[in-house]
Ligand binder design. Structure first.
Ligand code: 4NP
Length: 157
């Protein structure tokens, strides 16, 4: 399996990207995975905070513990440090494209586009309820499964 380092990015790094990080980490836990797996937010409002309690609960229902994660903001060094930087929605992707140096633009992708060749946003569930968090979980789980399958067979790039 190819084991690229991956940074999952959303707006606040408390709802979607911590779930993506937790799910992906869980799925590759049986593999010898050399690449770093992390998440970050476009904004720094929640830096140092644990994930939103609804994301923690949603993950826990599927046997995944994300409670020890702490939010942080995307930083310039991330663009050189990660092989892949996967944005949860097209707004996040646009912000990353504006921040990243030209030589690292090809590391930036929309999560769904890269994982499943679908141009859909993982919607921000912050102002939603459990149904929105469940929908996010389902999208992230199928996307992360697709990433694992992809890296089992193809070279990433
Ligand atoms: P996330 O959700 O981007 O999935 O972590 C949000 C969390 C917090 C805020 C926005 C989105 N906020 O504006 O504080």
């Amino acid at each position: 399996m190819n084991t690229p380092s991956i940074l999952f990015v959303c707006l606040g790094n408390i709802c979607r990207s911590p779930l993506a990080e937790g799910i992906y980490r869980h799925l590759v836990s049986a593999e010898t995975y050399a690449g770093q797996i992390a998440s970050a937010g476009i904004g720094g409002w929640h830096a140092g905070d644990p994930p939103d309690r609804r994301s923690i609960e949603t993950a826990r229902q599927y046997g995944i513990d994300i409670s020890t994660q702490r939010a942080r903001q995307v930083k310039q060094q991330d663009f050189a440090a990660f092989d892949l930087i996967l944005a949860m929605d097209s707004s996040n992707l646009g912000r990353l494209q504006a921040l990243a140096p030209r030589e690292y633009q090809d590391r930036l992708h929309l999560f769904s586009r890269y994982a499943t060749s679908t141009d859909v946003d993982v919607p921000d569930p912050y102002y939603g309820g459990q149904a929105e968090f469940d929908a996010v979980y389902t999208m992230l789980f199928s996307g992360c499964k697709a990433l694992v399958a992809k890296f089992a067979t193809e070279r990433f790039s």
